[in-house]
Design a protein around this ligand. Structure first.
Ligand SMILES: [Zn+2]
Length: 298
């Protein structure tokens, strides 16, 4: 286990950092933006005593999703397109999002918003846990190009801003992993091709604006935020960050207006003594919590 790496980087940014704390976010129903919860055929007292024949007559829940906007992938009622740029942003960097399959089905996803702001050919989303030359020759070729970077914090990672100053080849592509902390780690370490590109990380003091999902530390950023910061550095244009964060701010503000609560980071809750759960018994987990509390950077 490379858990040391996790503990080492409490203030670093990884491709998606809602971490193992996802169980503490508002439940999925709460996140449906006031949409009706799916009706479950719950047999009442009559049905309890019904024969199997009677159960056949119970309504079957239709497996349908609420209609989604084709551009921002949000439910039509809460479409965020007014907060997206009219035309996709012009960028020269190629962005590859490696998305863990579990991320695709989350209600509050940031990657569709990111993709909606960028030209299709500049933002490619690859879904999966394992990638190889046979399965994805295109991605393999991208990883082997000298101008490709992968955003993943750790001892071997260079600060992106410093890297571009010294790099003889200006980066043309950046890969970001979209998943929880542990999913991102699994993808990074179990796919040898992701260790071919230069490993970089972001050193920035900005706090996540994705306040409706709990992040492990105050400085952990969502995938969209990571991409926004990385692209604005690579493109040398802060306007990119501003534009990309606009739909996220709108999403959070809408959710907060409709009953979602600000999810303070685990770091904040621990430091302020508000952490609602007992401290873990597992030594490794306890050590991680202590590191968060002290914000120790090893
Ligand atoms: Zn939309």
């Amino acid at each position: 286990m490379a858990s040391q790496k996790e503990a080492r980087t409490p203030v670093d940014h990884v491709a998606r950092l809602s971490g193992e704390l996802r169980c503490q976010i508002p439940n999925e129903e709460e996140e449906r933006e006031g949409g009706a919860a799916p009706e479950v055929a719950t047999p009442g007292s009559e049905a309890d005593g019904a024969s199997a024949d009677g159960l056949w007559k119970l309504p079957v829940e239709p497996a349908e999703r609420r209609p989604e906007c084709s551009r921002c992938s949000r439910p039509l009622k809460v479409c965020l397109c007014p907060f997206l740029p009219v035309h996709p942003l012009h960028i020269s960097t190629n962005l590859y999002i490696i998305q863990h399959p579990a991320e695709e089905s989350k209600v509050l996803r940031t990657v569709p918003l990111l993709a909606a702001c960028l030209p299709q050919e500049k933002c490619k989303v690859k879904i999966g846990r394992r990638f190889s030359e046979e399965r994805d020759p295109e991605l393999t070729a991208v990883c082997q190009k000298s101008g490709t970077l992968i955003l993943y914090p750790g001892a071997e990672a260079t600060n992106l801003e410093e890297f571009i100053i010294d790099s003889p080849i200006y980066p043309s592509t950046i890969i970001i992993i979209d998943g929880t902390w542990s999913q991102a780690k699994d993808i990074f370490y179990k796919n040898s091709l992701f260790r071919v590109p230069k490993q970089v990380q972001l050193k920035t003091n900005i706090s996540s604006q994705y306040v409706i999902r709990m992040q492990p530390t105050n400085n952990c950023l969502s995938t969209l935020e990571c991409a926004a910061v990385a692209l604005s550095i690579l493109e040398k244009n802060n306007y990119i960050q501003e534009i990309l964060l606009r739909p996220l701010q709108a999403l959070c503000s809408f959710q907060l207006q409709h009953g979602a609560q600000i999810r303070l980071s685990k770091e904040h809750l621990l430091k302020s003594g508000l952490y609602p759960k007992p401290m873990p018994k597992n030594k490794r987990k306890l050590r991680k919590m202590e590191l968060l509390m002290n914000s120790v950077k090893i």
